[in-house]
Design a protein around this ligand. Sequence first.
Ligand code: F6R
Length: 612
Amino acid sequence: MCGIIGCAARRDVADLILGGLRQLEYRGYDSAGLAVIRDGSLVVVRREGRIDNLAGQVKASGVDGHTGIGHTRWATHGAPSEKNAHPHSDGSGNLAVIHNGIIENHEVLRERLKAKGHVFHSETDSEVFPHLVQEHQKTHDLLDAVRLAIQEVRGTYAFVVIDRTQPGRIVGARRDSPLVVGLGKGENYLASDVSALLALTRDVVYLANGDVVELTPDRVRVLDENGADKPLQISRVEWDAEAAAKGGYRHYMLKEIDEQPAVVAKTLQRHLDESSGKARFVLPDAAALEPWLANVDRISITACGTSWHAGLVGKFLIEKRAGIPVDVDYASEFRYRDAVLSKNHLVLAISQSGETLDTLAAIREARARGAKVLSIVNVQGSSLVRDSDGVVLTDAGPEIGVASTKAFTTQLVALQVLSWVLARARGRLDREREAKAVEDLRVLRFKLEECLSRGEEVAKAAELFARAQDFLFLGRGVNYPVALEGALKLKEISYIHAEGYPAGEMKHGPIALIDANMPVVVVATPGRVHEKVLSNMQEVKARGGRIVAVAAADDAAVRKIADFVLPVPVVDEDLSPIVNVVPLQRLAYWVADLRGCDIDKPRNLAKSVTVE
Ligand code: F6R
């Protein structure tokens, strides 16, 4: 949440900052701002709303300079207005500061600073920080002033600071909000995530909690929380700029839906060892943890949103294949519920961004209480990767659309692999079965391509139902989480109220909602509960409901009951969520498009939720 970029260069950087902000806009789009230093003066431009508003003003006024910072905001404290937009300044007007996170003790700090004569202009928590730095600058250099100021702040932050009197110098600091350094030639950058840097460099330094960084065009210096210099650990980012571009698509979401065959195959390939002829499942980024997995006697999965839905599928797979009891918690609940953690307890976190604060807080709590943490993560170098005992990386590539799509299907592949690895560790998987499991997963890519080639039915269903005010999504067994995910996709991008329910639960309450106005989307693909699902569909029909079914193309029984069928290729039931979710992602997309919604940037939302 909130996108941050900074650059110290020997050329004008306004365009570069605006370009970076566009890549970061998914992190928040309530307001945007930029500050540059030119000829000893600090110029700040801020606008309510999207980056385009800011870019228009920057272009019109010709603002530019060699040192600059930019921010795109997801509002927490204070309305999304120009006055509350970042960068914020201190009383002297020398400093410009951008911030991602929440300063929890901002009120106390504000009162103290007011008593010293500081005047504030916004309702934000962030504005106290430049004033704090200014106070410390009375006796210290900018770098030390920032170091002292962060010691007074309670909460989460990535701060980036420039000072009019020190052109060519940028100071940053982070705690629990991401900040990464990009290394260029004769220029250096800071950003809240690598996607903002891909057009500039792929050489980065991920900052750790408590780090403070100083950038000039030629030098990067990182200090740890005790003020000691740290050697730069340079990582090469695997992603390239093209992966983060829209590539001719109208929306990132549509591009990301279409990328699923390729990224599902890539994620699988990362976790196969083919050195001995027959492919075996491996966890290359959790090698140290793998021997211990044989001891695991309980698993707690913790995640948020779409990743939590993936976790529910994981529960089915792990319990069935490895015979290990699994519970699945929202990360925001897990942390505060005194979960019982035993000696051989594995906490499994799932996150696309690796920066979701609720998930990070949950695993930190679990580790503090002695549990081992394995994480399924998409973003390398993210906080979750650093804070886990082992990781299972997904290869979704940059996911820019706020509504998660390809991250979900790659998480499901990672869970497939993990469930088999756990089964093998417990002696429940022989070589033959493993080879068959690998083959089934390999075929998925083609099943997804087939599924994506059947777009017309989804578009027609969207047209039929786009004006509905409520939707009910039903699924059973391993496809119950798919119903939840279908409902989440629809509500977040089309603003239609939608609920996901286990189909068998419908008769215990939601059946009262059914009428001809509320479409009921049922995941009804073949499997051990297929007949039960058919009965649930009959219950809907008997009450005048209209059914859209995700089903095998040749399923006559479903066709007889459903008003509309979204056909999917048939795969093994345990793999079916990976295929079945695709028409639901597309249904949400087309309904939102018909309703004229801003698909990649739905209202009130932002990607990578770094506040609690
Ligand atoms: C929904 C969505 C969110 C995220 C959730 C967790 O489309 O994107 O529900 O799934 O905020 O985010 P990560 O996976 O980054 O931890």
